[in-house]
Design a binder for this molecule. Structure first.
Ligand SMILES: [Zn+2]
Length: 47
């Protein structure tokens, strides 16, 4: 299931832009990118 831009922003904001797996900072714009390069997926920040 795809998330809209707004939904992704809400999820990202809820976690202070951090990955719940390793607490690294992820960039909102890097959604879907490779995690090692500040990318993230919804599951990583919201699960
Ligand atoms: Zn992480």
């Amino acid at each position: 299931m795809a998330y809209s831009k707004e939904e992704r922003r809400e999820i990202w904001k809820k976690t202070d832009g951090r990955c719940h797996l390793c607490w690294c900072n992820v960039r909102l714009k890097s959604y879907g990118a490779v995690h090692e390069r500040d990318g993230w997926e919804v599951a990583e920040v919201a699960a």
